[in-house]
Write a protein that binds this ligand. Structure first.
Ligand code: SF4
Length: 176
């Protein structure tokens, strides 16, 4: 029997949720044995593949690049998991929402800069008007809150998914 195909994606987050994923330590070997990790910042695949069974999505949807990516991920994934508070609520990235992208970029790249101030027009993806939680943009199947979610929570959720159950996240809490 083929293994389920697991992916993880990093949008507008600090990578702390992926660090917590790594905190599963030796249990990572068990997960890698029971699922094929087909796409992730932790493995060297450049293109999000077709036919992904489960995908953990870290971070809010903040840029046009995030928007394009999450739509592609949704199309190609059976069970999409909002992974951490930034994905679930927009959390830290949403702190810029009352300011608006124009004044935010001015502040970051012009007002606070002494050497060559100027808003970059290349390399940095264009910001959306606001940072949004993932479920505001595409359908989400499972919510895994926490900043970051604990390694135990991630492990238990992945085992549930691999064994065909919907993860029970009632014990999960925001902000820790
Ligand atoms: S939920 Fe917390 S740990 Fe995860 S990306 Fe956001 S700020 Fe970082």
């Amino acid at each position: 029997m083929s293994k389920p195909r697991l992916a993880t994606v990093w949008l507008d987050g600090c990578s702390g949720c992926h660090m917590s994923f790594l905190d599963m330590d030796e249990r990572l070997l068990e997960i890698a044995d029971r699922a094929d990790i087909v796409y992730s910042p932790l493995v060297d695949h450049k293109v999000f593949p077709e036919d992904v069974d489960f995908c953990l999505v870290e971070g809010a949807v903040s840029s046009e690049e995030d928007l394009h990516k999450i739509k592609l991920v949704r199309e190609r994934t059976r069970t999409l998991i909002s992974f951490g508070d930034c994905a679930v609520t927009a959390n830290v990235p949403a702190m810029r929402n009352p300011i608006g992208p124009g004044p935010l970029l001015e502040r970051a790249y012009i007002e606070n800069v002494t050497l060559n101030p100027g808003i970059p027009l290349q390399v940095i993806p264009a910001l959306l008007p606001t940072a949004q939680p993932v479920h505001r943009v595409v359908q989400v199947d499972v919510f895994l809150p926490g900043c970051p979610p604990s390694a135990d929570l991630i492990y238990n959720a992945l085992v549930d998914l691999i064994e065909g159950r919907t993860p029970d996240t009632r014990g999960a809490r925001f902000g820790r």
